[in-house]
Design a protein around this ligand. Structure first.
Ligand code: 6PG
Length: 476
């Protein structure tokens, strides 16, 4: 008997994906650079299903039914290219290589184009949900050629998370679309985490609540409209007590956030597309600021002064922070979805934004109750310019705005950094503004660089002779 699918790269993510396929009744071919991991998997989990372990790449390929489906689960970048180079010569036209790692979508585009010339299908698939998700049901965002989805989709849908029996897996779009959407998922993940961290910081520093008390507040919020995996696990982290010191876990961890790069990629891509994902950018920069130990030490040594005297929050802090968190979260998602729509247009991917919200409802790290409303918003209007104008979100944000402003004001007055809340509010006010000071910037550009400007009252490009007497305006 031959295997329906193969997995190469059997570190924990690859191993759990392989087990997930096997648990769903598929025969799974196994391969790893060193055979030890392969052997270990079969010894420990062989009873879970049917596995065909191979030591060599050639045997692995030979153990697969055609068209072959080979899932690659290795580190992004060089290691992925190395595995592709190893397998491509062994495969035949129509076979599929599926990169399930967090690859950069431009790498995926490059690889897909190169393999297409050999008649091979390359599918960049975003997989979210960590180790647990890989084993019990991740959210899967496959890109690549549509034809490959016909042969591959059913297997991926089998192992994906389900909502009311519907799989959290859909063909996102051609070439790099799947990895692009996964990248933005991670960017939103960064923003969500930053906003939750700011909420915690305010409840602790302004409200004086302990980590355990804040865990309770988050558990309460998790029952409401903020219900989400990240809120749920935040409560767990805040409840945790360090065994060796008896202190709250959150107090014994070095306050320098690390990152593997997908948040940064999201912002880099957004800059190129010209989409203002300010919430995601602030969250990436907040991590960078936290990690800038030298600069923070210099600031501490100089004792940069804070505000005085201390102001009290002019409202119900807990309720206000909940509102600020929800409104800022809406902005972060609105920005992320706008970026997906912009890229879809730029690359001709025809991504259905409602379908993305749908497959993020379970399995992935940013799964949240309110994705149902995002799905509904885009189902109603796939071309929606921004989620903020959809009825549900418009209501939510207008209901939140007074509290949101109080929270940002309190943070500023008390000297507590809340870049996520503040930038989300600035974005909202920016969108709302009838006139933006961008008109002045156009004037400055025209003054020093003769860059020209457009008028509100007649068409064409204009340039003002700034230095001349009377400063006449000329058609540019
Ligand atoms: C997921 C996660 C996963 C990974 C993060 C971690 O969707 O399952 O996003 O892909 O754990 O990328 O990101 P950082 O290390 O950059 O925080």
């Amino acid at each position: 008997e031959k295997a329906q699918i193969g997995v190469t790269g059997l570190a924990v993510m690859g191993r759990n994906l392989a087990r997930n396929f096997a648990r769903h009744g598929h025969t799974v071919a196994l391969h790893n650079r060193s055979y030890g991991r392969t052997k270990e998997l079969v010894e420990e989990f062989g009873h879970e299903g049917k596995f065909i372990p191979s030591e060599s790449a050639a045997d692995f390929v030979a153990s697969l039914e055609r068209p072959r489906r080979v899932v690659i689960m290795v580190k992004a970048g060089g290691p992925t290219d190395a595995v592709i180079d190893e397998f491509a010569p062994l495969l035949e036209p129509g076979d599929m290589l599926i990169d399930a790692g967090n690859a950069h979508y431009l790498d995926t585009r490059r690889r897909e184009a190169a393999l297409k010339e050999k008649g091979l299908h390359f599918v960049g698939a975003g997989v979210s949900g960590g180790e647990e998700g890989a084993l019990h049901g991740p959210s899967i965002m496959p890109g690549g050629p549509k034809e490959s989805y016909d042969a591959l989709g059913p297997l991926l849908e089998d192992i994906a998370a389900k909502v009311d029996g519907e799989p959290c897996c859909v063909h996102v779009g051609p070439d790099g679309a799947g990895h692009f959407v996964k990248m933005v998922h991670n960017g939103i993940e960064y923003a969500d985490m930053q906003l939750i961290a700011e909420a915690y910081d305010l409840l602790r520093q302004v409200g004086g609540s302990s980590p355990a008390e804040i865990a309770g507040i988050f558990q309460g919020w998790n029952e409401g409209r903020l219900g989400s995996y990240l809120i749920e696990i935040t409560a767990e982290v805040l409840k945790q007590v360090d065994a060796s010191t008896g202190k709250p876990f959150v107090d014994i961890v070095l306050d320098q956030a690390e990152q593997k790069g997908t948040g940064r990629w999201t912002v880099q891509a957004a800059l190129d597309l010209g989409v203002p994902v300010s919430g995601i950018a602030e969250s990436v920069f907040a991590r960078a600021l936290s990690g800038g130990a030298d600069v923070r030490k210099a600031a501490a040594d100089a004792a940069l002064p804070g505000p005085s005297p201390e102001n009290k929050h002019a409202g119900d802090l807990q309720a206000d922070v909940e509102q600020a968190l929800f409104a800022s979260k809406i902005v972060a998602y609105a920005q992320g979805f706008q970026q997906i729509q912009a890229a879809s247009k730029e690359y001709g991917w025809a991504i259905d934004p409602g379908a993305m919200a749908k497959i993020w409802r379970a399995g992935c790290i940013i799964r949240a109750k309110f994705l149902d409303f995002i799905k509904q918003a885009y189902d109603k209007q796939p071309e929606l310019a921004t989620l903020l104008v959809d009825e549900y979100f418009l209501d939510a944000v207008s209901g939140a705005q007074d509290a949101w402003r109080r929270v940002v004001a309190t943070a500023a007055q008390q000297g507590i950094p809340a870049p996520g809340f503040a930038s989300a509010l600035a974005y909202y006010d920016g969108l709302r503004a009838k006139r933006l000071p961008a008109a002045l910037i156009q004037g400055q550009r025209d003054f020093f660089g003769a860059h020209t400007y457009h008028r509100i009252d007649k068409p064409g490009s204009f340039h003002t002779l700034w230095a001349a007497e009377g400063r006449p305006e000329v058609d540019a």
